[in-house]
Design a protein around this ligand. Sequence first.
Ligand code: ZN
Length: 398
Amino acid sequence: MRPSERTIELLRTLVSFDTTSRHSNLPAIEFVRDQLSALGVASEIVWHEQDRKANLYASIGVGRNANTDPWSVSGGIALSAHTDVVPVEGQHWATDPWTMTEVDGRLYGRGTADMKGFLAVVLAALPRFVEAELTTPLHLVCSPDEEVGCVGVLPLLAELERRDARPAVAIVGEPTSMQVVRAHKGHYAFRGRVTGVEAHSSAAPRAVNAVEYAARIVTRIAEIARRKADGGPFDERYPVAHTTLHTGVLEGGTAFNIVPRHARFEFEIRTVAGDSHEELFGEIESFAFGELLPEMRSVYPEAAIEFEVLSATRGLDTAPEEAVIEEAQALVRDLGPGGLGQVSYATEAGLFQAAGIPAVVCGPGSIEQAHGPNEYIELDQLARAERFMDRLLERVTR
Ligand SMILES: [Zn+2]
């Protein structure tokens, strides 16, 4: 199946904006806002970073009421898409990543699968939603800074909460090949910095060895990881059924005969439902601050251990009996592989759930093509997402 030319053109434009997370996402947001205002749909901007990183929020209310103040509409179905993409640097692309190129039923370009394809399909369908008389409101969420720890959508979710304008459910259109995904692990990443004091290695006992203290924290992280693997909790739907912890970076020191002053390490925690990252991180912190730091400071009062949060994406665990699941499954019935999925990558859906908005992940394209070079989406996947929008239109006008 082939999607409409309109969807393809919209996607071509969206791909042409280099919205790599380190850049502004405003070109994409302004484009979406123009599309909406041409239809008479008002949209609100909620900044994640003033004048640089924006959320866009728009609503089509019930009745013949396109130009609705989005904050005045609670309930309804929200469709959510992040506008940022991962970098292309260091990747070998056969085509220009910012010029969408069609080859053999596939559209190549950065963000085609993750997740501008979904956004293009939604934008192409919107005129019909505006013309129809809705009985259930429809909302559009476009967020920044998803690819850097899902942090960009947080100010918008806070605003919805503050104004008591929460949608009833959210569908996050990340690429799942149109399968309804109800669960993923939480993902939290941290950087630790240890500051000791240098000395010639012959005087080691009078110094504070930053690398050794960092290594003790890393060892504690590995011990907790083993405990989780042995004792759970377990969620057998995941290929790795328990919470995992691991250290990915450990650096420090300059030479074997100098007691090192600095060390740095980075670690992550991926939680299953039933495990709290606060508790696990708290355990690491209290070991560092309660046991190690006093020992370090007895030698050198300025010794320090610091932690910084690099990424905090809540897990998603929407209960099978939540209405959003049946709703989403009805919309995709024969469009995807069927069944209920769980995935190992993190999305914004867990944040919606935490904000009191039951959510699922469901969108066109495959996560296997996301993030790598030569990212593509199949034309057939976009066409399937268009069928999904047709059914959604029936659903919200019923
Ligand atoms: Zn994504």
